[in-house]
Design a protein around this ligand. Structure first.
Ligand code: N01
Length: 647
C-alpha cells in the first residue's frame, strides 16, 4: 500500500477516524501490545437516544485522544516514508484480543473467526479455490459449466468466485442491466438500511461510499462496477428470461430453457444451476375490488414513474419500508397525499441517516494500513447481531401479547414515545401508528422523516381499511370516497413462491413449486432434496430481520456452494442431492426456532409467513450462527449421484 500525501493530509484524516480502531492499527503496524493496554482502554459502546450510530468513539479525554492521534501520525508517517514496515496482520488469537479490547465487550472467539474472514485477514476461499483451480488446470473441469439465474448481488457474487476459480459459467438476467433490486427500485429516497461499509462484498470493499446509508443510484453504480471489476461482463446475457429448468438424470445435468432478448426460445446445459433470483423481485399487486377500473395514473413502488406530482392528489397503499422511504419526497411534491394503511410498522429513529462519510474517513479507508479491515469489523459488530437478544422470546416474560422479552418491551416503549414525538400536533394518529405486534416482528424501518411527514397538513393517514377502488379514487370501509389523481402501490412483493414463475423439474420430473407448496424450505436455505446441483441463494429462511446485510448472508451461501462445486466440477457427471431426512431435520429446527423469535410471534402477519403462519423467508439464526451453519460442507448430508454413487 502506498500512502500518499503529506503530514498535514494525514493529520487531517486522523481527525475523522475512530480512536479504538486507530489503536488497533497502531498495534498491528508496530506489533506492540502497549497500544492495547489498560492505559488506552476505551469506554463501552453506547447508543445515544435517537441515533442509529452508537457512540463508539472510545470516550477518551480530548488530551489523550490528541496524543493517540499524534502518535498515529508519526508511526503511519514513518510507514509512508519507508522508514517502517506495515507489520503483520493479526492471527486469530491476537485479532480476538483486539476486538475485545476495542469494544470493551466479551466478544466470542467464533465471532472473531467470522470477522477474520469478513475483513479478509483470513482468506476463506482457500477452502475451495485450490481444488477447483487444480481441476481447471488438469482439464478435469473442462466440461463443467454453471448457469447462474440473475445478475443481482447474489449472481454477481457467485460469478466473481467462479471467475476466480476459472470455472466456465453463464449468467442469464431477465433485465437489460445488472444490479437486480438496486436496478429495479428507483422510487424517491430508495436506499439501504445497513451502512455500506458492511452492506458490500467482503471481497470488494468500496472506501468511497459517500454516505453511511447510500442511495439507490450509488448502489446500482457499485454493482455495475463490480460486474466490470470482477471481469464477468462477457458471461452475462441480458434480457434473458428463464422459463424452465429440467434435471436430466442421463448425464446429471440441468437443461435451462429461456427466452432471449428477441423472444426466441433457447436452451443451455449446465452441471449446476445457481438460482440468484432474490426474494423481492415480483411486485405484488393487491387484490382490491375495482383496482383495474382506476382511471388515474397508477404504478407499483418497484416500477417507479417519474411524473410531475405537483398539485396532484396522490394515494399510496401500504406502509412498509418502500412507502416509508418514498413518502417524504412524494408528499413534499404532491398537492395532497393520502396514505392508506392496513397495519402500522415499527420505525426506528435515525438522526444521522443522511450523515455523509467524513472525508478523513474515506482517506483512512483508502490509505491507512488495516484501517478498512478494522472499520468493517466494527461496523459488523455494531450493526449486525446487536439486536439479537431482543428478538428471542423469554418464556418467563409476563407480557407476551405485545413483546417477547424485557429488552424487546423497552424498545417498544422507546419507539412509542418516538411516534408521539414525531406526530406533533396530530396526536389523534398515535393509536393508529403503534403496531400491535412486537418490535422486530418485521424488520425495523429506518426513519427518514416518516412521522413528521404524516404530521404535515397536506398528508392524511387513512386507517379505516379499503373497501374498493373506483374510477376516481378509493372508497374506505367507512363509506368515504377519497378522490385521487395518482395511485402508488407500495404493496410489496410476491415473496413466498420462491423461484416462481420458473418451472423447475428435478429427479423423476418432480416439480419444485408443487413440492414446496407455500412452505418453501431448503437445507441451509440452499439445497432441496430431489433437485440435485440446484443452489438457491437468498433461498428459503435466509432473509434477515433483526439487522445486518443480506450480502453477508449471500456470501455465506456462496462459500457453501463453492465447496459443493469442488465435488461436481471434476467432469465426471456427478450430482449432489441433499438427503431428505437431513433437510427435514434442519427445517424442523428452523421452524422450532422461528416460533420463538419476534417475527414468529402469532400477532405478526407479514410477507415472511405462509398461509399456515409458518415463517418461510426469514433466517432463524443470528448472523454469527448462519456463518457457522454454512461454513463447512459435510458430504454425509448428501447422496452422491452418478459415478461413485454412494446410495
Ligand atoms: O413491502 P412490504 P415493501 N391492502 O411487504 C400493504 C425490503 N426493502 O416494498 O402490513 C392494503 O413490507 C401491507 O400491509 P400489511 C425489506 O426487506 C428494504 O415496503 O401486510 N394494504 C404493507 O404495509 C422489506 O421488508 C428497503 O397489513 C396492503 C405494504 O403494503 C421488503 O423489501 C427498502 C395490501 C407492503 O409492505 C418489502 O418492503 C424497501 C392490501 N391488499 C424495501 N397488500 C431498505 O433496505 C399489501 N398491503 C431500506
Amino acid at each position: 500500500m502506498v500512502i500518499p500525501g503529506d503530514d498535514a493530509t494525514l493529520k487531517q484524516a486522523l481527525e475523522d477516524v475512530n480512536t479504538p480502531n486507530l489503536l488497533l492499527v497502531l498495534a498491528t503496524i508496530t506489533g506492540d501490545d502497549h497500544w492495547l493496554s489498560e492505559e488506552y482502554a476505551p469506554a463501552p459502546i453506547e447508543a445515544p437516544e435517537g441515533s442509529l450510530f452508537p457512540d463508539d468513539s472510545g470516550g477518551y479525554p480530548d488530551e489523550q485522544r490528541a496524543r493517540i492521534r499524534d502518535a498515529a501520525a508519526l508511526i503511519i508517517g514513518e510507514v509512508r516514508d519507508g522508514k517502517r514496515s506495515t507489520g503483520n496482520k493479526p492471527d486469530l488469537a491476537r485479532f480476538h484480543r483486539m476486538l475485545r479490547f476495542s469494544t470493551a465487550e466479551d466478544i466470542e472467539l467464533e465471532t472473531a473467526e467470522m470477522l477474520m474472514e469478513e475483513t479478509r485477514f483470513k482468506d476463506r476461499d482457500t477452502q475451495w479455490l485450490p481444488e477447483l483451480q487444480s481441476a481447471v488446470r488438469d482439464g478435469s473441469a473442462a466440461d463443467c459449466h454453471i448457469v447462474i439465474v440473475g445478475a443481482g448481488m447474489s449472481g454477481l457474487g457467485t460469478a466473481a468466485k467462479l471467475k476466480q476459480a476459472g470455472i466456465s459459467f453463464t449468467i442469464l438476467e431477465k433485465n437489460d442491466a445488472v444490479g437486480g433490486t438496486w436496478y429495479e427500485n428507483r422510487y424517491p429516497d430508495c436506499g439501504v438500511d445497513t451502512p455500506n461499509h458492511f452492506y458490500s462484498y467482503s471481497f470488494h470493499r468500496n472506501p468511497a461510499w459517500s454516505g453511511y446509508f447510500s442511495k439507490r443510484d450509488e448502489l446500482y453504480a457499485y454493482f455495475e462496477q463490480c460486474a466490470d471489476e470482477f471481469g464477468v461482463r462477457d458471461h452475462i446475457q441480458l434480457n434473458c428470461n428463464v422459463t424452465e429448468m429440467r434435471f436430466d438424470e442421463s448425464d446429471m445435468s440441468w437443461q435451462v430453457f429461456f427466452k432471449d432478448g428477441s423472444g426466441n426460445p433457447r436452451t443451455l446445459r449446465a452441471n449446476a444451476v445457481v438460482s440468484a433470483v432474490g426474494q423481492l423481485n415480483r411486485p405484488a399487486v393487491p387484490d382490491i375490488p375495482g383496482l383495474e377500473t382506476f382511471q388515474g395514473r397508477m404504478w407499483h413502488s418497484a416500477r417507479w414513474q417519474n411524473e410531475d406530482l405537483s398539485g396532484k392528489r396522490v394515494g399510496v397503499i401500504g406502509t412498509g419500508c418502500s412507502c416509508v422511504q418514498l413518502l417524504p419526497k412524494t408528499a413534499a411534491e404532491a398537492g395532497h397525499t393520502f396514505v392508506f394503511q392496513r397495519t402500522p410498522h415499527w420505525v426506528a429513529p435515525a438522526r444521522d441517516y443522511y450523515k455523509p462519510v467524513e472525508s478523513g474517513l474515506i482517506w483512512a479507508l483508502k490509505h491507512i494500513p488495516y484501517y478498512a479491515e478494522f472499520h468493517r469489523a466494527r461496523m459488523i459488530l455494531v450493526f449486525g447481531d446487536r439486536s439479537w437478544p431482543a428478538v428471542v422470546t423469554d418464556p418467563d416474560w409476563q407480557d407476551q401479547s405485545v413483546s417477547v422479552n424485557e429488552a424487546n418491551h423497552a424498545m417498544r416503549e422507546v419507539l412509542t414515545e418516538f411516534i408521539k414525538e414525531g406526530l406533533g400536533s396530530k396526536q389523534s394518529y398515535v393509536p393508529h401508528c403503534v403496531p400491535n405486534f412486537p418490535v422486530w416482528g418485521k424488520r425495523l424501518i429506518v426513519d427518514n422523516g416518516w412521522y413528521e411527514t404524516l404530521a404535515r397538513d397536506d398528508v392524511s393517514l387513512i386507517s379505516d381499511g379499503i373497501d374498493h377502488i373506483t374510477e376516481t379514487g378509493i372508497v374506505t370501509k367507512d363509506g368515504q370516497h377519497h378522490a385521487l389523481d395518482i395511485l402508488i402501490l407500495a404493496t410489496g412483493f410476491q415473496s413466498n413462491q420462491l423461484l416462481s414463475p420458473m418451472s423447475v423439474k428435478g429427479l423423476g420430473g418432480q416439480d419444485l413449486a408443487a413440492f414446496w407448496g407455500d412452505a418453501a424450505n431448503a437445507f441451509k436455505g440452499t439445497t432441496v432434496p430431489g433437485f440435485p446441483n440446484l443452489y438457491c441463494l437468498y433461498g428459503p429462511n435466509t432473509n434477515i430481520v433483526h439487522g445486518g446485510s443480506i450480502i453477508y448472508q449471500i456470501e455465506c451461501q456462496i462459500h457453501y456452494v463453492m465447496q459443493c462445486l469442488t465435488v461436481i466440477a471434476g467432469g465426471s457427471k456427478r450430482a449432489l442431492d441433499v438427503r431428505t431426512e437431513v433437510n427435514e431435520a434442519y427445517n424442523d429446527e428452523v421452524q422450532a426456532l422461528s416460533a420463538k423469535l419476534a417475527w414468529g410471534h402469532p400477532s405478526v402477519e407479514s410477507w415472511y409467513k405462509n398461509q399456515a403462519g409458518q415463517v418461510v423467508n426469514n433466517s432463524p439464526f443470528s448472523l454469527q450462527k448462519f456463518w457457522a451453519v454454512t461454513h463447512d460442507l459435510d458430504l454425509s448430508d448428501y447422496r452422491l449421484l452418478g459415478p461413485g454413487a454412494n446410495d
